[in-house]
Design a protein around this ligand. Sequence first.
Ligand SMILES: [Zn+2]
Length: 140
Amino acid sequence: MSDTILRYVPADPCWQPSPEAATKAVSLLETIVPGADEVKSTFEDEVRFYDPGENWSGVECSACGADAEEWWGEAMETASAHEFKDLNTVAPCCGATVSLNDLRYVWPAAFGRFALEAHNPGIGDTTEEQDRKIDVPPIN
Ligand SMILES: [Zn+2]
C-alpha cells in the first residue's frame, strides 16, 4: 500500500513563512486531519519541484492547452541547471512565454521552497474552507 500525502505549497515558489507561522500551520493542519500519521513542514534552501510521484498524469501548456509532456522534460532540465531561479520558458506548441509553475499539471504539482505535508491524512480532498485557513494552496 502506498502512502498518501496531502501537501500544501505556497503559490509563490520563493516564498517561505516564518518558522512561527509554519508551526502554526502544522498545528492547524493537525486539527483538520487528526488521524494523519504525521504532519510536518519542510523548508528548502533552493526552489524544488514537488512532483506527484506515481500519480503523475501529464502536463499541458497553460497558454494553448496542448500536451506539453514532450518538451516539458527538457525545459525542466534547463530550469534545474539554474536552480529554478527562472521558471519562464517559451512553449514550442504556441510560442508563448509560460512559467513552468503555471503549466496545467493534470495531477497537481508545484514549485516551492516550503511545503506543509500530512502523511496518510485519512481524508480525501480538503474543503475550500479548510484550504483558506491553511492559506497556502493544496497540491495532493
Ligand atoms: Zn502552447
